[in-house]
Ligand binder design. Structure first.
Ligand code: NBP
Length: 476
């Protein structure tokens, strides 16, 4: 075989990834369960590079140079297992199977272990950037063995997005590390989108701005520290007018946000790891709430506060305060995401470099932003910060933002505008800062009804108070 790499599964993602590889001068074997898609790819895009179409699995495998590198881009779940089972028996020791789909990292761990037994490398590879990214340069998060990366890495790096000449692709760590990090990327994406949506809602309902004006505000923000792909596209969406009605596009879209599940996975995994990712969780819940039509309908009758209009001068100042609240909340959401990455890395022994993750998210992916340079820098020193919040750069930003942040959250509460992302971020910030938490009382309650015991601040050991008797304290 002469193909350097093969792609099986030629729907939007696989087709674009194969074209990206071919455009970079690699000979690409292409295969799809339904052969019509393979033929269509070669007909439409064959001029872009060198494709080797195969209709059968055997021909596909035979067309690959050894050690074979085979990328699976099919629907995540059972289809991925089916495709692995189809190809694994045809492969030989040292060959590399890459799953570029959105697999759950636990599935990736299972598949990696099973294929390792059979002498095959299995690389769970997160790919972010949607169809556009797959074609023009995604952010790529490969897991799997270091050995597999030696063979695969240069190919993947050649098609990844580039920032300052560096490819947005790095070996994340063993087995499921790549898919885990991709999952957290998507969780952070949910949080970021929710925070931006809350900023829009406040500018609209408190400052009284129309969508077109808010688009302008976001364009201004995008020239500053909030510079990011998500702010950029938000301005585009808000500036768009519906052709059919002439109304702002955002006003004709049903206000029920859907989800494919990676945000939910992030939160479920965070719960298992015991990591408080409240910003991501609020974002997932906010989408969920928006879809509960009957519940929202029933609640229409509930009273809210009288909402006074802001004076136009105050509105401009309020917009600046919303920018500060958004930036501070964003720092918190990302700090939580990085906490989850480091916790996952410790739990599974992945040894993930948190700064390298920030570096490869600077381009190609949905959360790409100038901000990620700061996160990378925070981890570049000798001793990594316990939390991103205490990195000097972020600490200073939080200090400067905090009055505005508090004002925005308080205003939202007083005026009855929901801001779960902003509020949860501020609560997390204040809870971490607090010298004493009411957790002491919770532990007392637990000891009262369940004899769950407590530790004391002044002595070692576990204690229990005999609540039902004379309330004397015993050592447990
Ligand atoms: P889809 O997720 O829509 O999957 C369609 C592909 O899966 C087709 O090639 C189809 O073959 C193949 N397939 C299925 Br379905 N069942 C199969 C089976 N049992 N055996 C063999 N092939 C099977 O494609 P996509 O939207 O291109 O996404 C591919 C992967 O990339 C997914 O895991 C997705 O989550 C992930 N991803 C997508 C995006 C995005 O923006 N769309 C972004 C990042 C990651 P057929 O042609 O014969 O039906």
């Amino acid at each position: 075989g002469q193909a350097q790499i093969g792609v099986t599964g030629l729907a939007v993602m696989g087709r674009n990834l194969a074209r990206n590889l071919a455009r970079h001068g690699h000979v690409v074997a292409v295969h799809n369960r339904t052969a019509a898609r393979t033929r269509q790819l070669v007909e439409e895009f064959g001029h872009e590079g060198e494709f080797v179409p195969a209709e059968s699995a055997a021909d596909f495998v035979a067309s690959l140079r050894r050690p074979r590198r085979l990328v699976i881009m099919v629907k995540a779940g059972a289809a991925t297992d089916a495709v692995i089972e189809e190809f694994a028996p045809l492969l030989e020791s040292g060959d590399v199977i890459v799953d570029g789909g959105n697999a759950h990292f636990e599935d990736t761990r299972r598949r990696e272990a099973a294929l390792r037994e059979r002498g095959l490398h299995f690389v769970g590879c997160g790919i972010s950037g949607g169809e556009e990214g797959a074609l023009n340069g995604p952010s790529i998060m490969p897991g799997g063995s270091a050995e597999s990366y030696r063979s695969l890495g240069p190919l993947l790096e050649s098609i990844a997005a580039r920032v300052d000449g560096e490819p947005c692709c790095t070996h994340i760590g063993p087995d499921g590390a790549g898919h885990f990090v991709k999952m957290v990327h998507n969780g952070i994406e949910y949080a970021d989108m929710q925070l931006i949506a809350e900023a829009y809602d406040l500018l609209r309902r408190v400052a009284g701005y129309e969508p077109g004006r808010i688009a302008e505000v976001f364009r201004t923000w995008n020239r500053g520290r909030l510079d990011s792909y998500l702010i950029e596209i938000t301005a585009e969406v808000l500036g768009h007018t519906d052709a059919a009605t002439g109304r702002p596009f955002v006003d004709v879209v049903a206000d029920a946000a859907e989800q494919k599940g990676t945000g939910r996975w992030t939160v479920q995994t965070a719960l298992d790891l015991g990591v408080p990712v409240s910003g991501i969780a609020e974002a997932v819940f906010a989408r969920s709430l928006s879809g509960h039509g009957a519940l929202r309908e029933a609640a229409q009758q509930l009273p809210g506060p009288v909402r006074p209009e802001l004076h136009p001068d105050d509105a401009a100042q309020f917009a600046d305060q919303v920018e500060a609240a958004l930036y501070a909340s964003k720092i918190v959401a990302y700090a939580q995401g990085w906490h989850q990455i480091t916790a996952g890395s410790a739990e599974y022994g992945w040894d993930i470099d948190p700064g390298a993750v920030a570096a490869i998210w600077r381009g190609g992916c949905i959360i790409r932003a100038r901000f990620l340079d700061e996160i990378r820098a925070a981890y570049a020193g000798g001793k990594p910060p316990v939390t991103l919040l205490t990195d000097p750069t972020f600490r200073e930003a939080l200090e400067r933002a905090q009055n505005a942040w508090r004002h925005v959250v308080a205003t939202a509460a007083q005026l009855g505008v929901p801001a779960p992302g902003f509020s949860a971020a501020l609560a997390y910030y204040d809870a971490l800062r607090a010298e004493r938490l009411p957790a002491a009382l919770v532990q007392g309650q637990r000891d009262y009804f369940g004899a769950h015991t407590y530790r004391r601040t002044d002595r070692e050991g576990s204690f229990h108070t005999l609540w039902g008797q004379d309330r004397s304290e015993v050592e447990a």
